[in-house]
Design a protein around this ligand. Structure first.
Ligand SMILES: Cc1cc2nc3c(=O)[nH]c(=O)nc-3n(C[C@H](O)[C@H](O)[C@H](O)COP(=O)(O)OP(=O)(O)OC[C@H]3O[C@@H](n4cnc5c(N)ncnc54)[C@H](O)[C@@H]3O)c2cc1C
Length: 376
């Protein structure tokens, strides 16, 4: 039986552990805290699922597969992890990111519809779109209950035979080949056929020279009237303004927040208090787009972190024989997890090579894959 140690029980590590266990691998999953702990990027209350990725079709296809994965996981567990509320894209220019997205979605046969800005009033109780060129409606998009989904996935992994170890894993020093595919857990060196470091924002501190920077991201949810709830109110993204959100889910409030990268951040010890400036920014956006919510109070807030690569492409690379680094999610990885796990499992099995785009090469800065079109 092939063996693997997966380090990190965020949504990427937990989904991979589950997939490998279900395909016959002996899996150890090492996590320094608990699956769903608040320091994880995966422990956000909600995450958006969208297929639109500008001109890129690879991630669009993966997101579409992942949507099926989330729906299957929901049916299997009886927990509604994904709510298909649809997503409205607010396009500021006629030929920008949303236009490219519509072309790719149409080519792939993924439903979408170009609408007039005035149609926004059919989707939101109150909407102002006089600065917009058009709206792009993506009906098969929505909101994932992220923290819950991470815990459910880790539970399923355990039920599938994954051994979950609560410890901080350390890469084994030394160049000798026998030690390359090893990991130190609680002071003891363990060997496996493969080791996967799926450590999110902790990855750059574990391995030198990775093309990943970590930033603080404040997330805000506002208290809103019932009419602003999912699924009646959809998810939305204003790529040009780096703003996004969705209607109220589970009474946590309407999410309205920024995707622009925050300041450098340390995920283990950094303060988890949101900045007053972030509240002001979110409120200014509400005032402009959904004026009746201008005075809505903050109901819930969370601090999370991005693990950003310069080009927003992920990292999946074999750092030493059998030792894989999986990270650099760049703030757009959650939705893909069920499909990405299948992809990575095939790479570990040697059935396919990873896309060159995921390598350890120097990256050219680009923002095309994120929901953030604005720099800073
Ligand atoms: C504010 C915000 C909004 C986002 N919005 C979206 C969205 O709308 N849609 C979307 O698809 N994605 C979104 N993302 C991105 C998404 O959340 C991430 O892509 C995803 O959660 C990454 O999961 P992960 O498993 O790689 O990392 P994490 O969830 O951070 O998990 C890494 C785990 O590794 C553990 N670990 C680290 N080092 C060690 C060690 N040495 N030993 C043991 N354990 C270790 C950590 O404790 C942690 O639990 C967003 C992210 C943020 C911050």
């Amino acid at each position: 039986m092939k063996s693997v140690v997966v380090v990190g029980a965020g949504i990427w590590g937990s989904s991979l552990a589950l997939r490998l266990a279900e395909s016959g691998w002996q899996v150890t999953l090492v996590e320094q805290h608990a699956p769903g702990n608040v320091r994880q990027s995966s422990a956000g209350e909600t995450r958006l699922l969208r297929c639109a990725h500008g001109a890129d079709d690879w991630y669009a296809r993966l997101a579409r597969q992942a949507r099926d994965g989330w729906r299957r996981l929901g049916e299997r567990t009886g927990v509604e992890l994904y709510q298909e509320a649809g997503m409205m894209w607010f396009a500021g220019t006629p030929d920008g990111w949303e236009h490219a997205s519509a072309q790719v979605l149409n080519d792939l046969g993924i439903p979408c519809e170009v609408l007039d800005p005035a149609d926004g009033r059919r989707f939101f109780p109150d909407f102002r779109g006089d600065d917009l060129s058009f709206l792009l409606w993506e009906p098969n998009a929505g909101v994932i209950r992220a923290r819950r989904a991470t815990q459910v996935t880790a539970d399923l992994a355990r039920a599938a035979g994954v051994r979950l170890v609560r410890a901080r894993a350390v890469p084994v020093a030394g160049d000798a080949a026998p030690y390359a595919c090893a990991v130190e857990i609680d002071g003891e060196v363990r060997h496996a056929d493969r080791v996967v470091w799926a450590c999110g924002a902790w990855l750059p501190a574990l391995f030198d020279g990775l093309p990943i920077t970590v930033t603080k991201q404040d997330t805000l949810h506002f208290a809103v009237p019932a009419a602003w709830s999912v699924p009646e109110t959809p998810a939305w993204v204003d790529h040009g303004a780096s703003a996004y959100g969705h209607g109220d889910v589970d009474g946590v409030g309407m999410k309205a927040t920024s995707d622009a990268e925050g300041r450098p951040y340390e995920p283990e010890h950094g303060s988890r208090a949101v900045d007053a400036e972030s509240v002001e920014q979110a409120r200014a956006y509400l005032r402009r787009r959904f004026p009746s919510l201008a005075a809505a109070p903050v109901l819930f807030s969370q601090v999370c972190q991005y693990a950003l690569t310069p080009d927003a492409e992920w990292l999946l690379a074999e750092a030493a024989p059998g030792v894989w680094l999986l990270g650099g999610d760049s703030g757009h990885g959650f939705k893909h997890a069920p499909a990405l796990a299948g992809y990575v499992a095939e790479v570990l099995d040697g059935e396919r090579a990873p896309e060159p785009r995921f390598g350890l090469h120097e990256r050219t800065p680009s923002r095309g894959l994120r929901t953030s079109g604005r720099v800073g």
